[in-house]
Design a protein around this ligand. Structure first.
Ligand SMILES: Nc1nc2c(ncn2[C@@H]2O[C@H](COP(=O)(O)OP(=O)(O)OP(=O)(O)O)[C@@H](O)[C@H]2O)c(=O)[nH]1
Ligand code: SF4
Ligand SMILES: [Mg+2]
Length: 400
């Protein structure tokens, strides 16, 4: 089962009182969102889970109207817009043939983040969309236009069909983490330290994802702690690849024979979720860091950050030791705003991002990549300071 955050995210946007919350209720088939004929009923983005036949489980986010006014209203509008970088698909709801400034602003922002969308003309029981409105839309957008009314079940079905048709399949078709790297019957060795930082009684998500992926590829999975690694190799079994937690890279790389591919969970995730090329380019810039440089560490978890020890303590220490420079570190968890403006950072280092979608991860780093600020990830940065960078990116480099 997919974790809540890995499900495709859909956002609904439009002016106040246009019927956004009513549409969510109709899609879910329950009164989950408050509806009223007073403008400004929804004040904060609200996430709901639902199942879409043909896609599977999705998260749908109701937002406040983008035409809100006043100081508080503007804050609500900002919140609605802040949803856009984190969604995979959008519904732009209009009604009464109103299509103007607010809709153009939403489309502009959706385009900035390459977010696909459909345009829904709601309340069609009262007013149908005119060809003049359609032409106006066509001047700025190629998106599908659907007529809809909460009183017309067929229109709801058409709307859901349009979402299924227009949402890119890559958003919900699970890709393989190890595709092209392993074959059926290969032995894959996962190395997972169980120290005081490891969660009680369970494995962390990247390890579980790798395990599941090995099984999906009809390969054989062996899991050991780094302390039993030498004993494993005494068994005479040669794995196709060893995937380790990057914090034990140093120890593990000395034990895993050179002719066995070696990588880490977070590097495997980096290839899976994009940004791999940017990390490959950005990581060696560690050697260019200067005294007083500031580095932003991005953790995608919010509470009980599973990789806290590595991102907040170990990696910063290793970076200072490797460079011999006095470096400053800021930390941002979840999808929160960065503590300082991007220009203040000499480098950004992202965790494996196992709990967020590809879109969320990419959009978070996009502005930094655009500004040519070097980006790396935990696994690659650790590999770099350990001196095994080329070895551990090689398995994925060959097969991009
Ligand atoms: N006739 C008609 N009325 C609708 C339709 N959809 C919603 N409404 C009505 O429009 C009003 C506003 O609906 P909401 O769903 O609260 O609108 P909203 O966009 O969420 O509004 P805010 O949260 O204030 O931004 C309510 O009185 C709904 O009953 C529709 O398809 N047809
Ligand atoms: S900090 Fe990042 S890599 Fe670690 S568990 Fe959380 S999302 Fe995954
Ligand atoms: Mg609402």
């Amino acid at each position: 089962m997919k974790s809540k955050d890995l499900k495709p995210h859909i956002g609904i946007f439009g002016r106040r009182n246009i019927g956004k919350s009513s549409l969510i209720n109709a899609m879910i088939g329950q009164e989950v969102a408050i509806v009223s004929n007073e403008a400004g009923t929804t004040t904060d983005p609200v996430k709901k889970s639902m199942e879409i036949f043909g896609i599977g489980p999705v998260i749908i986010t109701d937002t406040a109207g983008v035409d809100d006014e006043g100081k508080l209203g503007m804050m609500r509008v900002d919140k609605s817009f802040s949803v856009i970088p984190n969604i995979d698909f959008a519904i732009l709801l209009i009604a009464d043939n109103e299509f103007g400034y607010y809709e153009l602003k939403i489309i502009d922002e959706l385009d900035t983040y390459d977010t696909p969308y459909i345009i829904v003309h709601g309340k069609s029981d009262k007013t149908k969309i005119t060809s003049a409105t359609k032409s106006k839309i066509r001047m700025v957008s190629k998106a599908s236009i659907i007529e809809y009314s909460i009183y017309d079940e067929v229109s709801l079905k058409n709307l859901v069909d349009a979402i299924v048709k227009e949402m890119p399949k890559s958003v919900y078709n699970q890709k393989s983490l190890l595709k092209g790297i392993i074959k059926p019957k290969d032995v894959v060795l996962l190395i997972t330290p169980i120290d005081s930082e490891a969660p009680e009684g369970r494995m962390i998500l990247p390890q579980v994802m790798a395990l599941r992926d090995v099984l999906d590829n009809d390969a054989i999975c062996i899991i050991v702690k780094e302390t039993e690694l030498e004993d494993f190799f005494k068994l005479g079994v040669k794995p196709a690849i060893a995937i380790t937690d990057s914090q034990v890279f140093d120890q593990v790389s000395k034990i895993v024979p050179e002719d066995v591919m070696l990588t880490s969970f977070s590097i495997m995730l980096a290839r899976f979720r994009g940004n791999f090329d940017a990390y490959i380019e950005g990581t060696p810039m560690i050697d260019k860091l200067k005294d007083g440089d500031r580095i932003l560490m991005l953790e995608s978890c919010t509470h009980q950050v599973s990789c806290e020890d590595i991102g907040r303590f170990k990696l910063p220490n290793w970076l200072e030791k490797h460079t011999g420079k006095k470096l400053y570190f800021d930390f941002a968890a979840g999808l929160t705003k960065f503590p300082k403006s991007l220009e203040d950072y000499a480098m950004i280092i992202q965790c494996g991002g196992c709990v967020v979608t590809e879109k969320q991860l990419n959009n978070r780093l996009k502005p930094a990549i655009k500004k040519q600020i070097p980006v790396s990830n935990y696994g690659m940065a650790i590999a770099f300071v350990t001196g095994i960078f080329d070895r551990v990116v090689e398995p994925f480099r060959k097969r991009q």
